[in-house]
Ligand binder design. Structure first.
Ligand code: AMP
Ligand code: MG
Length: 329
């Protein structure tokens, strides 16, 4: 059974030794908890796929401690450098032409690599102590809800790994924004995330190709952006608040769990099958709480989960992206 360890100097050293010996360690990041391995070690990387049950055609994100380290593993263009200088360390992943030192197993044999420099202090301390980058997808069984607490990792992968570095709740709570920058002149958003398309477009005075356009043009394949993902074991539906109110009234047997954006004013708090993601509807708070609440509710006896529609603006775009995938069966 995995040991959950606090990020003391000694424990970071322990994690470092573990990773240097081809083992995996679950690590905190500002987005969600990751399952990390030496990205240059084929055997260790294969373990990630095995433990998660992740198909080998789904490429991994490589994590580095700096822009300088990123340059060792991919070919940066001026646009990528500008984005890295603005948003790294942080929740931005860039897809760029890879260098030969990144093994094919990491990138599903694509000639590009997804690379990110994270901001979580503990993860950075670990990365800075290592002579190699870390491949790290979310630390959950493939397709299930991503973990935002050490205990989430222990609940679903605890019998398959040794160490979980615990740094409390993930600060952001959803996965990074992924941008395809192989063509620096026409960057494309592959996965919406905490860093919004609007923010990037305003900062750099450009227009990004949207995930929808990417799918339609088929020009920039991004394997792994599956329709069904991030899913609880119970069926999940996304419903407007006005309709939810009617559903709550009808659901006399309390078979459904209702997850609202914010604390309801109208409903009595004693209704035990009603949950909320934030006090006042603030998007960052919703993002931070979403996966933990979905996991909690998924463990309860309800037969289905009804989530209130989230307004598709700013981080809400990424949240609706994850919820839509969670609702696919
Ligand atoms: P995650 O599932 O959070 O580990 O994110 C990894 C995702 O990044 C994959 O599922 C792909 O959609 C995307 N990705 C990773 N590497 C590449 C790549 N070389 N080209 C395009 N997309 C990639
Ligand atoms: Mg994942």
């Amino acid at each position: 059974m995995a040991t959950i360890i606090k990020p003391t100097v000694g424990n970071i050293q322990l994690a470092k030794e573990h990773l240097s010996n081809s083992n995996l360690v679950a690590v905190p990041t500002e987005t969600v908890y990751g399952l990390a391995a030496n990205a240059l070690d084929v055997e260790a990387v294969l373990q990630i796929f095995k433990i998660k049950g992740r198909p080998l055609i789904d490429p991994l994100i490589v994590h580095v401690s700096s822009l300088e380290q990123a340059k060792l593993y991919c070919h940066m263009n001026p646009q990528a450098i500008a984005l890295a200088q603005k948003y790294w360390p942080g929740p931005l992943t860039m897809v760029l032409p890879k260098k030969d030192n990144i093994p094919g197993v990491v990138t599903a044999n694509l000639d590009s690599v997804a690379i990110r420099c994270p901001s979580n202090r503990v993860f950075r301390n670990l990365l800075e102590s290592l002579p190699f980058p870390l491949a790290a997808p979310s630390a959950n069984p493939f397709g299930y809800i991503s973990p935002t607490k050490a205990i989430h990792v222990s609940e679903s992968l605890g019998d398959k790994i040794d160490l979980i570095l615990d740094d409390d709740d993930s600060e952001i709570g959803i996965e990074s924004t992924i941008i395809d920058l192989r063509n620096g002149h026409q960057p494309a958003i592959l996965r919406p995330g905490p860093l919004t398309q609007k923010a990037i477009e305003a900062e750099f005075n450009l227009k990004l190709t949207t995930p929808q356009q990417v799918v339609e043009s088929k020009s920039a394949p991004s394997p792994g952006l599956l329709k069904s993902h991030y899913s609880p074991s119970k069926p999940l539906d996304i419903v407007k608040l006005t309709e939810i109110e009617a559903m709550i009234t009808k659901d006399t047997l309390k078979e459904s769990a209702f997850i609202l954006n914010k604390r309801p004013v109208k409903l009595s708090q004693s209704v035990q099958n009603i949950f909320w993601l934030s006090e006042s509807g603030e998007m960052e708070e919703i993002a931070k709480n979403l996966y933990a609440l979905l996991r909690n509710v998924d463990k309860m006896d309800y037969q289905r989960i009804i989530v209130e529609t989230i307004k598709a603006e700013s981080v809400g775009i990424a949240l609706m992206d994850r919820l839509t995938r969670a609702s696919e069966r």
